[in-house]
Design a protein around this ligand. Structure first.
Ligand SMILES: *Cc1c(COP(=O)(O)O)cnc(C)c1O
Length: 388
């Protein structure tokens, strides 16, 4: 379609430019000025750990999620670990965790002294289902850590009902789902606690490590505020009064300024991700690549755009040759990893098959629709070629 410049030289062919798997520089540019202003204020007030900026972000984040409270912590793994400990879950207790997740979900359970019990996932959504949860329940089960992997929620209507029926605590690992909803309700607001990571690449990402726990339980919030700060009493004069075993997992003002600035863009960025996902859904050949399914009552925020394909590693190489970057989330299910296989009690066929087939396509708000089309077409061509 290019007709050349007035000098007669051909215009660069756009399709030769590489498409990265992830590029967060566009999002950074959107907020850079606001962040500089926020950091100037921080340099004046000197409140680097905790302080005004952290309190402001915690308030905004709880409001956004539709919960009463948010407790800022150092990262997403700590959010899970701290919440599990504050819930009184520890040695002798089991927490159900999907086998197809980032390792941190299982890691946090073990760090809290409890036992992860791995459950299989659905082949369409690659998420926990009411059935796979039920199959993993034992008399020692205290909680379910539901993971909204790739930015989509599983059937929260059925899962909250099961937890109520069986008396299990619902913990949400919403690290990939900032702003995702189920029946209009936000991720993080269904469980007793909702745990978030704000690692730079997440939908809401800091300029370093950061995390938060949201909840509407005032007592639990007080306990978490204390545990994240060496178990200190949070009342006046409590600085040297360490009433519970704590840890150091505080959110710093430098990151809180970034998070508050980015939060104002989150819905718009998520909308961009949805539009890109719609393009993938429209163009990718469903006979050769199975895009992760979105349940009807959910609205995803597509942290990742995952397809299942045959010969995944070969597909990945061929896409790379065409300049299209991809990722794998995740190549090894948790229950077969070194530190966790001791907790596995049998194969989990869907998670194991998916680990060999899943491929994450480029997905970030500033990816252009043109590039998404090139990715979809490139994928279709590569798959057709391998089919021959
Ligand atoms: C990123 C992530 C975490 C851990 O977050 P960190 O901030 O890296 O500790 C936990 N669970 C899931 C599903 C994640 O994607």
């Amino acid at each position: 379609m290019s007709t050349g410049t007035p000098t007669g030289r051909p215009t660069p062919v756009r399709s030769s430019e590489p498409v990265p798997f992830l590029d967060i520089s566009g999002a950074t540019n959107d907020v850079a000025e606001e962040i500089r202003a926020g950091w100037d204020e921080l340099l004046r007030n000197g409140q680097y750990v905790g302080g005004k900026a952290v309190a402001a972000f915690e308030k905004e984040w709880a409001e956004y999620c539709g919960t009463e409270f948010a407790v800022g912590v150092a990262n997403g793994t700590d959010a899970l670990h701290l919440a599990i400990r504050a819930l009184g879950i520890g040695p002798g207790d089991e927490v159900i965790v999907p086998a197809n997740t980032f390792v941190a979900t299982a890691e946090a359970v073990v760090l809290a002294g409890a036992v992860p019990r791995f459950a299989d996932v659905d082949d369409g959504t690659l998420l926990l289902t009411p059935e796979t949860i039920k199959a993993a329940v034992t008399p020692a089960t205290k909680a379910v850590a539901v993971v909204h992997l790739y930015g989509q929620l599983p059937d929260m209507t059925a899962i909250t009902q099961i937890c109520d029926e069986l008396g299990l605590v619902l913990i949400e690992d919403a690290a990939q789902a900032q702003g995702a909803t189920w029946n209009g309700r936000k991720a993080g607001s269904f469980g007793k606690v909702g745990c978030f990571s704000f690692y730079p690449g997440k939908n809401l990402g800091a300029f370093g490590d950061a995390g938060a726990v949201v909840t509407s339980d005032a007592g639990l919030t007080q306990l978490m505020l204390s545990v994240r700060d060496h178990g200190r009493m949070q009342s006046e004069g409590g600085h040297y009064s360490h009433g519970v075993l704590g840890m150091n997992s505080r959110l710093d003002g430098v990151q809180a300024v970034v998070l508050s600035a980015k939060l104002r863009h989150l819905d718009g960025w998520n909308q961009q991700r949805r539009a890109l996902m719609a393009t993938y859904r429209e163009l990718i050949d469903p006979a050769r690549a199975k895009l992760v399914e979105q349940l009807e009552d959910g609205e995803g925020v597509h942290h990742l755009a995952v397809v299942q394909v045959d010969q995944r590693d070969r597909v990945r190489e061929l896409l790379q040759e065409r300049g299209i970057g991809t990722g794998i989330h995740y190549p090894v299910p948790c229950h077969v990893m070194g530190p966790y296989e001791q907790y596995a009690d049998g194969p989990l066929p869907v998670a194991e098959a998916a680990a060999a087939r899943q491929l994450s396509l480029p997905m970030f708000p500033h990816l252009s629709q043109d590039d998404a089309r090139r990715v979809a077409e490139g994928l279709n061509e590569v798959l057709a070629e391998l089919d021959r």
